[in-house]
Structures are given as C-alpha cells and as structure tokens.
Design a protein around this ligand. Structure first.
Ligand code: HEM
Length: 336
C-alpha cells in the first residue's frame, strides 16, 4: 500500500472555544484531585518510572519517511516517562490506561507551539491501544470527568450516549481490563495520527526485548510495574522500535475516526533504547526529580509532525492548561 498525501482534516468553525472549555473541565478535575492529593498532571498523574534513553534514527529509510527528524540517521539523547493514565495516583493493580512518553532532545527545526518555535525537543506520547473508544474530544473529557463518580457513571452515560454506550463500554473495558503486563513487554501506540511531511501516520513503539524476564507480575499482591522495570534496567538495556503506519485512504486509515484501528504495514524509523542504568542510584533519583516536572506533549513537535484530527487538536489546549496549573518545567536543552 502506497502512502497517500490525500488526507484531510475536518475542522469545525467553533472548535477552538469548545477545546478551551474541555481543557477547563480537565483543569477542574485536576484541581479536585489537587485538593486531596497535591497537584499532578490532569491525566497520567502517576509516573511508574522515569529513565534516560537514546533515540536512534535508522539508516536506509524509504524516501517518504526521510522527513524532519527522520531525514538522516542520527543518535539523540532522550528521556522517557512510563505512567498510569488516571487523574490521581493509584496502585498498579487497578485497571488503568498505561502510557509511554518520550522526549527526544537536541532536535533542530521549527516547532509548532507559538512562542516555543525554537524549543530543542520532539515528543512522542503513546498508550496500549491502537485506537480509543471515544468519537469526539467532548465524549473523551465527559467520560474522564464523570469516571470520578463510578456509581453514577453508567446511568449518566446511558442518558448521554444512548444505546451506543454499550459498544463504547465494551471497547473501554477491553482496554482497561487487559491483563497486567510488565512495562517492557508492552507495545505502545499513538492511537491518533500526526502529519508526516506531506503524508500522515500513526506511530507505535514495538518492544524488541519482550523476552527479558522480570518474573511474573505480582497480580495477586501489590504489583509495582515501575519497580520491576527499574530492577530489570539494573541488569540490561531494553529497546523498542518506533514504527509508522502511513495514511493510505479513508477506508483503511480513517483520519478523523479516532475509534478505528488503522490497517496497513508498519515502517520502522527509529530505535528507542533505555541503556542499563540504576534508577535507584543518586544519578537515577536526580534524573527522576528533574524529569517529573517536565511536560510531554504531542504538540512539542517539528512542524513536519503536526498532530492531526479533532482529538489531537483538543489536546493542544488541554496539555497547556494542565502544565500551567502544575507549573511544569520549561523544555530542556539536555539531560541533567
Ligand atoms: C488517544 C490518544 C492519547 C494518548 C496516546 C495520550 C497519551 C498521554 C500520555 C502518555 C500522557 C502522560 C505524559 C507524561 O508522562 O507526562 C498524557 C497526559 C495527558 N493527556 Fe493524553 N493522551 C491521549 C489523548 C488525550 C486527550 C484526547 C486529551 C484531552 C483532550 C488528553 C489530555 C491529557 C492531559 C491534560 C495530560 C496531562 C498533561 C500534563 O500536565 O503534562 N489526552 N496523555
């Protein structure tokens, strides 16, 4: 299947105001959590682990993939944050979204966010599913905010969504109810598309060292996903391959339908390596303390990789409001 440049976004005339309102709804949730548990990210509050990383753009990419950061083979420093998705920190046993955020450093080129055009970073944010259950950013935020009251969630959701709530809940349940797996064995997906030069693509981090053993996840007791990953990193490096799935046509790769997995091949473009390191050493703790206040954001990107679709554009408002509320650190020039 040949990548196509014929992708098209659908932009509603009043969407900026809607997205600002949704960002404020999430900020309300963030403030409610802060009153009880201190200020965190509006979502993905709990860091499982922060670690130093290397990001290596692969050689011999096909011509359509040689864009921006991927134009030539090169190694970059990076930092990664593994997280649970909920708005408040909670034990790893609870069903949750799991996130991987990657910040590549020392990246030139013009960046997207106004006032941050010369920021030296390119971020990638990913979760465990290749798409997600919500049709619109309004549905996403409504659900996240109302999930704080689980007892009234179902009747309220039935009222709002009607019978279409059942397939939505089933997809949500499939994602959240997936067996608890060691973080280094997971494949992480952007779930939403980005521009890729003249093309568009979703991306995924596919594990290359899933066979490394941390022993079984302690699902009966008190699993500690970050702790287990940290222990494994004491003994060896761990790698993921960054792959792109290019837009071909609206049937196979619907640009604005965030509920559909795309079909088509994955093209490897880079390798993410977490070198062997001690996250419990002084240097490891220093890195975690430096990395936690950072902001990982799909809009921290070169112009060639603008996030695409309504759900992505809604994130443009939401991440900024959340990072301002928690006084996030500015974009870093280098690892500490
Ligand atoms: C479906 C695709 C999505 C993916 C893959 C994704 C992934 C992530 C990840 C990995 C993080 C944690 C970043 C970190 O470690 O600092 C995060 C945080 C966050 N997400 Fe998303 N997310 C998605 C959709 C959304 C949507 C639709 C919204 C709202 C409209 C949203 C709002 C947020 C907010 C407010 C934060 C916290 C930002 C901060 O304070 O740094 N996300 N997301």
């Amino acid at each position: 299947m040949t990548p196509s440049t014929e992708w098209k976004e659908v932009i509603a005339p009043d969407e900026t105001a809607t997205f600002e309102r949704l960002a404020q709804d999430l900020a309300g949730l963030q403030a409610a959590v802060a009153a009880k548990k201190g200020v965190h990210r509006a979502l993905h509050a709990k860091a499982n682990l922060l670690a130093r990383a290397e990001f290596e753009v692969l050689a011999s990419l096909p011509p359509h993939a040689r864009v921006g950061l991927f134009a030539e083979p090169k190694k970059y420093d990076a930092v990664v944050r593994f997280s649970n998705g909920g708005p408040a920190p909670q034990g790893d046993k609870k069903p949750d979204v799991r996130g991987l955020a990657v910040k590549v450093m020392g990246v030139g080129g013009k960046k997207l966010i106004s006032g941050m055009e010369s920021a030296p970073t390119q971020d990638f944010l990913a979760i465990l599913s290749a798409s997600q259950p919500f049709r619109t950013p309004e549905d996403f935020v409504w659900f996240v905010v109302n999930a704080r009251q689980p007892l009234t969630l179902l009747p309220k959701a039935l009222f709002r969504f009607g019978p279409s709530v059942f397939p939505l809940l089933s997809k949500l349940q499939k994602g959240l109810g997936a067996p608890l797996t060691a973080l280094h064995t997971n494949r992480y997906f952007s779930a939403l598309p980005i521009r890729f030069g003249a093309y568009a693509a979703k991306y995924s981090f596919a594990p290359l060292d899933a066979d490394a053993s941390t022993g079984p996840v302690d699902t009966a007791g008190k699993p500690d996903l970050g702790g287990a990953l940290g222990k494994l990193l004491e003994t060896r490096s761990l790698r993921w391959e960054l792959q792109m799935q290019f837009f071909t046509d609206e049937q196979a790769t619907p640009l604005e339908d965030s509920t559909r997995d795309w079909t088509g091949p994955w093209t490897p473009v880079a390798r993410l390596t977490l070198p062997q390191q001690s996250v419990s050493s002084e240097a490891g703790k220093k890195l975690a303390a430096w990395g936690e206040p950072l902001s990982f954001d799909p809009w921290h990107a070169q112009e060639e990789f603008r996030p695409l679709g309504a759900m992505m554009r809604a994130r443009n408002a939401a991440y900024r409001v959340s990072t301002i509320a928690r006084k996030a650190a500015p974009e870093p020039a280098a690892l500490p």
